[in-house]
Design a protein. Structure first.
Length: 139
């Protein structure tokens, strides 16, 4: 079963930053000429995160489950290190192209609050999961 949006995530419209060209060309609804956040999603729920093993100390070593930005950000850095394909300037045109599911799994269920439109996951782009989560084998 596909994962839904995480209720602990954030997102919205910047009060200060104007919309970048790659988002403007994509046509994000209700951005009102400002930067939409987030661009992408990643499995970040700390309760179902990623297992890591810490071996630096016998006293505090062992397996841990981590999540959130601490797990997602380094993995996005790894995707970027695979080549120049993981960049915002490419994400939006790729998603708008003829095969929108090639690089992203669209997250269409879940929410992160009660603010209706800006808190609900939906098709194409939403303010909870952005364009979706990466299909990493295609980057």
């Amino acid at each position: 079963m596909p994962a839904g949006a995480w209720s602990g995530s954030g997102g919205g419209v910047s009060a200060y930053e104007t919309i970048p060209e790659f988002q403007a060309a994509f046509g994000i609804a209700r951005a009102r000429g400002h930067r939409a956040i987030p661009d992408v999603a990643y499995a970040a729920d700390p309760t179902s995160g990623f297992s890591v093993y810490r071996s630096s100390s016998a006293k505090s070593g062992g397996w841990y489950v981590i999540g959130g930005t601490s797990a997602g950000a380094p993995q996005w850095a790894g995707i970027q290190a695979l080549g120049l394909s993981a960049a915002n300037e490419r994400f939006y045109p790729d998603k708008a192209g003829g095969n929108p599911g090639r690089f992203f799994r669209d997250i269409v269920s879940g929410k992160n609050g009660d603010c209706i439109y800006y808190c609900d996951a939906r098709r194409r782009y939403d303010y909870v999961t952005g364009l979706g989560s990466p299909v990493t084998v295609n980057f």
